[in-house]
Design a protein around this ligand. Structure first.
Ligand code: WT7
Length: 650
């Protein structure tokens, strides 16, 4: 961790909430926000008891919060079922025949699943899982493209108390294998392939390659999407459309304890091994329900489109569980945002009458680059609210989003949160909070956020420091799967007594939070969270590599891009072909999205006397700037000159 963080951003524009919008909003004023926030902090028992009542419990919670620091349990004694809350709960109401999922495939076809239909599919798939031996607590890996069946598979797991672990469809066989093995999954749900940018991305062949080394997996279920010929292992592999025919559509939901695990989601940390973030049922349910309702100011007639892939936390919380538990209509899109052209998402918005649009800054910067003519061609008048998540949004991108996509009349909510937090933590409430471009503004109900120094003392206004959360919240991660020590060390050891987010931030004189990016060795490339250690270990697993250090450098489009400094073993030539081979190797080990943008060969890496690689220097060199800071700890000063000479020949 760096010691101090310099904050350079100065932004003075303020956008008060639109009066017309506020009149109809759930939270209509700062007074209302403040009153509810104060209640959530001063009397959390009363606040959360009331909030939890919006959802169905088979047995009501006995204790709202039971602390055993750093562990916390929420809604203890309550039993519920999240699939029941996302589906069954709506069936006796007018939502029964409302669209739950409006899906568009990349080639252009549309499917609509009403709540009744989605419920039916989920029940049938729950029976398939049960028939294949899946029991409550068992882990099910889901490696699929963006088809409605990915939501069906997740909800079916939730229905029977099985724990899903969704693996993003861009991961390569080794990464899939490691996640399946860490979770000890007994079943894998996959597709033959997925459509992306007019091509077929193979998925089942990747699973086949992984399963060679996955002893816990007994069955796979394969949803046929592309119709490509694939290998089907008799006895192990089953086609979705075949097994679904052999079951009934009646599947009673299993009431589970509030703390029953709902899913594991792997995310990058500071070591090479991904962390299996564990979320449980009750708290996650209440937080995703509540944040969806208030941050997106959800109304019954909304058509809500979050562009995230279900393989990441945003897709879990804000494509599937949050919107469906609210009975919303969710737009789901399978493919690339620029296929067949850069107007695709805007056509989608027009076609389905999207009212709420939620995407990432990296996507917004791509839209900017593609040009205003694309959104201008579509009728975006149905939009009423815009959201962003995933990385700090630069004010310029915020302003463009607000002006061009929102036609200067839609509020923009910049939502800060993490895989670990499960739900939105810091965000404007659109009918109440005046927004400042580039600031995620204020904490959500029940969230006590602060910016502190390394010793835990509170920073002054506008002094850069570390963002921490000072008390447990319902959707917080419960542990790292199979490694509770790492959970304690990762989040609760650096700064005493609080949850450390890994992000730098400052808080301005109005109490607004300005996020400044990661302070650890975690990078954010196009909204994908990547651990430098993971990419380094992929590089050194190549036979030609002796040592590698990966750093990020600012990138206009991607937020950060990846620069790898690599020392080759003796006798291996430093050629462009070798660079290409290494980049492909990383793609094969982790996935194409993790390929270094630049590889620089060097004979030595800058190290301290104790042998620690000085990433700060590498960052400065990668960014093309002068090496400013202290170099007295550098073991060998000549290394710097040699490194600078290792020009990028990309
Ligand atoms: C990291 C979490 C949570 C969904 C997507 C990413 C960064 C996220 C913002 C924001 C500034 C943000 C942080 C955070 N981040 N949202 N609105 N402003 N930074 O989930 O992969 O777990 O990454 O993304 O650095 O720690 P994730």
């Amino acid at each position: 961790m760096t010691v101090s963080i310099e904050s350079l951003l100065k932004e003075t524009r303020v956008f008060p909430p639109d009066e017309e919008f506020s009149t109809h909003a759930h939270i209509r004023s700062m007074e209302q926000y403040q009153a509810l926030y104060d209640k959530s902090i001063q009397d959390p028992e009363a606040f959360w008891t009331e909030m939890a009542q919006a959802l169905h419990w088979f047995a009501p919670p006995r204790d709202i919060l039971v602390e055993d620091p750093p562990h916390a349990r929420w809604f203890v004694g309550g039993t519920t079922n999240l699939a029941y809350n996302c589906l069954d709960r709506h069936l006796p109401t007018l939502r029964r025949n409302k669209a739950a999922i409006l899906w568009e495939g990349e080639p252009g076809e549309t499917r609509i699943l009403t709540y009744h239909q989605l419920h039916r599919e989920v029940c049938r798939f729950a029976n398939v899982l049960r028939k294949l031996g899946v029991r409550a607590g068992d882990r099910v890996a889901i490696y699929m493209g963006m088809v409605p069946e990915i939501a069906v598979a997740m909800l079916a797991c939730a229905r029977i108390g099985a724990v899903h672990t969704v693996i993003f469809g861009g991961f390569a066989a080794e990464a899939v294998r490691d996640r399946i093995n860490d979770a000890k999954a007994s079943l894998v749900v996959t597709c033959d392939g997925a459509f992306r940018r007019g091509q077929v991305i193979p998925l089942k062949p990747v699973v086949d390659a992984a399963l060679g080394q996955c002893p816990t997996v007994r069955h796979t279920v394969v949803f046929r999407r592309t119709g490509d010929r694939i290998n089907m292992e008799p006895g192990r592999d089953h086609y979705w459309h075949e097994v679904i025919e052999a079951v009934t559509a009646s599947a009673p939901p299993l009431p589970v304890e509030a703390e029953h695990p709902l899913f594991i989601l792997y995310t990058s940390g500071t070591t090479g091994k991904p962390k299996g973030v564990v979320h449980t049922t009750g708290g996650y349910m209440v937080s995703t329900y509540l944040t969806t309702k208030y941050v997106f100011d959800l109304r019954e007639t909304d058509t809500y489109f979050c562009t995230a892939d279900v393989g990441w936390i945003t897709g879990h919380s804000y494509v599937v569980y949050g919107p469906l538990s609210n009975g919303a209509t969710v737009v789901m899109y399978e493919g690339a945002p620029n296929f067949p052209d850069a107007g695709r998402l805007w056509q989608l918005c027009e076609r389905h009458g999207v009212t709420i649009f939620y995407t990432a800054p990296t996507a917004i910067r791509a839209f900017m680059r593609w040009g205003e003519q694309w959104p201008m061609k579509a009728d975006l008048s149905s939009l009423r609210l815009l959201g962003t998540v995933g990385e700090p949004i630069n004010p310029e991108a915020w302003m463009w989003y607000q002006r061009v996509i929102g036609n200067a009349r839609c509020p923009v909510v910049d939502t800060w949160w993490q895989t670990e937090t499960g739900a939105i933590m810091i965000s404007p409430l659109p009918g109440a909070t005046p927004t400042k471009p580039g600031s995620a503004t204020l904490p959500f109900f029940g969230i006590e956020a602060e910016v502190v120094r390394k010793d835990g003392t509170r920073c002054e206004d506008n002094e850069g420091g570390f963002l921490v959360i000072k008390r447990p919240w319902p959707s917080m991660l419960r542990t790292i799967f199979g490694d509770d020590e790492r959970f304690k060390k990762q989040y609760f050891a650096d700064i005493p007594g609080v949850y450390f987010t890994g992000d730098g931030a400052r808080r301005d004189e109005d109490g607004y939070f300005w996020l400044m990016g990661r302070v650890d060795d975690v990078l954010n490339v196009s909204g994908h969270r990547l651990g430098t250690a993971e990419i380094e270990s992929a590089l050194v697993s190549h036979r030609t590599v002796a040592e590698a250090a990966v750093v990020g450098r600012p990138d206009e489009l991607k937020g950060q891009s990846l620069v790898a400094f690599v020392t080759l073993r003796p006798g291996n030539p430093a050629t462009p072909a070798a660079k290409h081979e290494l980049a492909e190797h990383v793609a094969a080990e982790i996935g194409r999205f993790a390929r270094p943008d630049v590889i620089r060969f060097t004979d030595v890496l800058p190290k301290t006397r104790s042998g620690k690689i000085m990433r700060r220097l590498l960052k400065e060199i990668a960014g093309g700037s002068e090496t400013k800071g202290d170099v007295t700890t550098l073991e060998d000063l000549s290394v710097l000159a040699a490194l600078r000479a290792s020009q990028e020949e990309e």
